[in-house]
Design a binder for this molecule. Sequence first.
Ligand code: MRU
Length: 348
Amino acid sequence: MDNNIITPIKFNNGIITILDQTKLPNEIVYVDLVTVEDVYDSIKELKIRGAPAIGIAGAYGLFVVSRNSKALTVKELLNELKIKGDYLISSRPTAVNLEWAIKRIVHKLNINIFSTTNEVLEFVSSEAQLIQKEDEQTCYKIGEFGSKLLENVKNVLTHCNAGSIATAKYGTALSPIYYLNDRGKNIHVYADETRPLLQGARLTAWELMKAGIEVTLITDSMAGFVMAKKNIGAVIVGADRITANGDVANKIGTYSVAILAKEHKIPFYVAAPLSTFDVSIDSGDDIPIEERAKEEVTFIGGRQYAPDDVDVYNPAFDVTPNEYITAIITEKGIITPSYRANIKKHFE
Ligand code: MRU
């Protein structure tokens, strides 16, 4: 079972290889990331995507910087890592895991002493691998805690892809489903297709089918009717950034699903590692929301569906206010309201 869970990033003998998620599900293509620009472009173009996975990619991006650097002194290399780290962070602004991973390494570089540039390279390499390993363990724990909330649930609805390929392994929202499946309990997943970039259709449906989990694909506009008709016991989604008061930024459309869930009295769960929390921000109002190219909305599969000059608004994420969230599942346990106080306790 475990072997059928796909992982999106591999690091072998200094070579970073990612599964190109823009080609899924029609082609399974792996690409090597050789330069810092390769890493930046892969994140920006969503070849690698999902909050924890872009954090891991960013960490390996610093490894690429160290390996390709022409710096002659440790000081020069640390300076270059800081500058190129900021460049990598600028590739996508909403998921805080990217900034978290890069800042974690840069901070550790600043508080340790290195005699040679090679020592820096070795350090960055082991830190990036550690971030990846920790994320896998974290996601597994999210699965374990989340499984307690889904034990008596037959059908869940999810939005976007917060699965194995959005993390080191197992995913966040999908991890409890894998965990339970492994123990003989089969949950049926209704996956929103997730316009405009179809992460639900292209990625969630694909990875669940690969893992042998029952999945039914629906368009985003069907979510309310499915909640009314299909005995949905829970909605479970991932997150890109969670603020001190428990507001959650996640893929555009999540907010609408949360409102629908409340109306249908269905629990709405968010699954996310602690690296997705940004307690320096008080509420969702201050989360930077990425806006992407208008062509993502006007074109589907290379064909244009809207007039040339139409005005388009294309936010990649929205913010679900905390009052719609039944619980947040982390690797340290389940956080319930009141969020401000309980999130604070989680970070003490
Ligand atoms: O634009 P994407 O595909 O990177 O958006 C992904 C999401 O919104 C996920 O739900 C989130 O990053 C959590 S992934 C475990």
